[in-house]
Design a protein around this ligand. Sequence first.
Ligand SMILES: Cc1ncc(COP(=O)(O)O)c(C=O)c1O
Length: 384
Amino acid sequence: MIPISKPFIEKKDFKYIKKVLENKILTDGFFQNKCEKFIKKKLKSKFIALTHSCTAALEISMMLIDLKKGDEVILPSYGFVSIANAIVLRGATPVFADVDPENLNISPYDIKEKINQRTKAIIVIHYAGNSCEIQKIKNLTKLKQIYLIEDAAHSFHAKYKNKYLGTIGDIGVFSFHETKNLVSGQGGCISINNKSLIKRVNFILDKGTNRYEFIKNYKKKIITTTKNKKYYTWVDIGSEYRAPELSSALLYSQLKKLNFIQKKRKSIWNFFKKALLKLNSNLFTIIEPNKFSKSSYHLFVVIFKTDYLAKNFMKYMQKKGIAATFHYVPLHKSKMANKYFKKKLKVTENIYSRVVRLPLFVGLNKKMIKKIVLNFKKFLNDQK
Ligand SMILES: Cc1ncc(COP(=O)(O)O)c(C=O)c1O
């Protein structure tokens, strides 16, 4: 079976993990620090912290903006459940927005419709590695003094114009989960662009304590027995959000291969695009980056003309040993969301069951790629 994704792990990746085990420093270590410095420099971010997941980074974001009961946050329904959870965990209300049918990114027009005095933040997703209409949305949030959070789980190293996604709004979050372009097992990071939000972040990352200062001093061996220096204490809300050293070591190894990984994904993505467009069929369209965005080529997404075609295509490919899968089920239709939101979202409801993803990962070799394209073609021929 050709899987939908597969982490790019080589012998080289073992080297750093071995180093962690030999050094026996399993938290707050060398690799966590190295990754944070690397990402901060690469993305030109004001603040970066590694977290144990993008989910964690989303929860931190909601604490940083002091989200409370009575506040509303606008998010795409066509998206990941961690965003909605991060909102309701703070007692606030999720307000689901529709997507643009061209790219499955949140619609700035629907955002505009849904902003009101209770709106505290907007969380966008840069779906499949392609920038949403971030400039338009940023203009809206600036005008209304609303926080803008970019979920760039799919989009590490992707750009809008000359800026890296995740560094344009007030906060950006990233994922290094097993299914993403770069993997650390489970992992993520938070990037903060709004300076006023930086001062609390280390407290939240360290279970609501001022441990960060303590550790920094400890590492410099300047701990004295004077008061305030010897202990750290509870100063804010928070949880255990930092990335462990073993997964940080894997991420460091992956970061060193960033250009190779991205180049390879881009070439597979372009191959699929060229081959599928050659089929000259009106039974499907593909999702492409807009002209302002440099993609991370996280997903290859096909939108079929009907649900029936999409369902049958997935079944057909499965039978041929190719995993072609659906993606998000709209959040606003879920049992949980029903408590908060009762409206219809026309585009999302019409499109989600027509979306299919093709396998896309570095280890996809020429033979596999050709097999995928050939079977795509055969499926279309069968429809005639
Ligand atoms: C858009 C989006 N945000 C957040 C997440 C959560 O990422 P993680 O698994 O690192 O918590 C995902 C997971 O795939 C996602 O697709």
